[in-house]
Write a new protein. Structure first.
Length: 136
């Protein structure tokens, strides 16, 4: 006489099938929650890093010194804040000369005029509304 074979019952836990179904026993009963928490943390960190990457030029511009054309007038800037009107010509460290009317003479002799919202750092780098731009 054969011995009766026990009936296998499908039992699902947070980590999938139980031992009765050939699955491995989970040592952590909250495996699914832990996995979701890890995913949420990784996603949050990724979004934060991407956001910082987009905001970096704006933050950097706020910390720099230079001159800015604001409402048609050249203003001296320190720490991203206007400290007063520009009253004399300035020579930046790259050799660019900036005049109080907003005209600039590059080291190579090329002339340009600053537009409203543009800023020139003390090293001669141009910024437009907090974003780096290339001199033409």
């Amino acid at each position: 006489m054969r011995s009766p074979v026990p009936e296998r019952r499908r039992v699902w836990g947070p980590a999938g099938p139980s031992e009765a179904e050939g699955g491995q026993r989970s040592t952590n009963p909250n495996t699914r929650e832990a996995s979701m928490t890890k995913s949420w943390i990784v996603t949050t960190i990724a979004v934060a890093l991407v956001s910082v990457g987009f905001l970096a030029p704006i933050v950097v511009a706020a910390d720099m010194d230079g001159v800015m054309m604001k409402d048609g007038k050249m203003m001296m800037m320190m720490g991203g804040k206007a400290t007063g009107p520009m009253d004399k010509e300035m020579t930046m460290s790259d050799g660019t000369k900036v005049k109080p009317d907003g005209s600039m003479m590059m080291k190579d002799g090329k002339m340009m005029k600053m537009k409203d919202g543009q800023m020139m750092m003390m090293d001669g780098k141009m910024m437009d509304s907090g974003k780096a731009m290339e001199k033409k």
